[in-house]
Design a binder for this molecule. Structure first.
Ligand SMILES: Nc1nc2c(ncn2[C@@H]2O[C@H](COP(=O)(O)OP(=O)(O)OP(=O)(O)O)[C@@H](O)[C@H]2O)c(=O)[nH]1
Ligand SMILES: [Zn+2]
Length: 205
């Protein structure tokens, strides 16, 4: 190592708190404790940077705790279109709040407009924002549907989420491939069985 670098701390940016709303030093201590508790040596070479790495990972996985997804839905386009709009297969990964393991899958969102439409990407952005929290799949589904029905001036909203839970595949009951499906229907999709059947048929493709 050149002399002039010898006194510099290694990668200082990796240990400093990052202005992302997460307490990085606290997280790093917790990860170090976790490694000690399972019988590992957090000071061995391969693990030396792990607490800082995992802290950054949690900051990313839980970034949704500090976001307001409603802000994604404040921009509209006036359109005469009055049939269902559906965005299918929006991929996501969230964190199961029971085991802090990921669950991932696809969200499908349909809505029936009432004179104006929202940018299609905004539906995917809402899924992205809401997924980055510790939660259960039912709450994630309901949160997305509630946001859409309260923020968009639409006749109905349908949200279906399909996901595989790591806590069911890699541990515990160990059922790889089991898929959990949840749905939340608002407005006309809740009150009118034929509208519900129509949106569900579109979601099934
Ligand atoms: N309803 C629901 N349950 C979930 C979700 N994610 C994980 N779970 C379940 O949460 C439950 C937690 O059960 P506990 O008995 O408290 O924990 P556990 O002993 O680790 O349970 P096992 O996973 O059966 O080993 C498990 O049945 C998980 O399958 C979710 O999104 N929704
Ligand atoms: Zn779990």
């Amino acid at each position: 190592m050149p002399d002039h670098l010898e006194d510099l701390p290694a990668k200082p940016s990796r240990v400093a708190p990052v202005a992302d709303g997460v307490d990085h030093p606290r997280l790093q201590n917790a990860i170090r404790e976790l490694l000690l508790a399972v019988g590992e040596d957090p000071d061995r070479e391969g693990l030396r940077e792990t607490p800082a790495r995992v802290a950054r990972m949690y900051a990313e996985m839980f970034a949704g705790l500090r976001l307001d997804p409603a802000l994604r839905l404040r921009k509209f386009f006036t359109e005469k279109y009055d049939e269902i709009v559906l965005v299918r297969d929006i991929g996501f990964t969230s964190m199961c709040e029971h085991h802090l393991l990921p669950f991932s899958g696809k969200a499908h969102i349909g809505y029936l407009p009432d004179g104006r439409v929202v940018g299609l990407s905004k539906l995917a952005r809402v899924v992205e924002d809401v997924s980055r929290r510790p939660q259960v799949q039912e709450r994630m589904t309901e949160t997305i549907a509630e946001l859409l029905i309260s923020e968009l001036n639409v006749k109905g909203v349908a949200v279906v989420v399909e996901a595989e839970h790591s806590c069911m595949s890699m541990r515990g009951v160990k059922k790889a491939g089991a898929v959990c499906v949840t749905s939340s229907m608002k407005g006309i999709f809740r009150t009118n069985p034929s509208s519900r059947a129509e949106v569900m048929a579109l979601i099934r493709g």
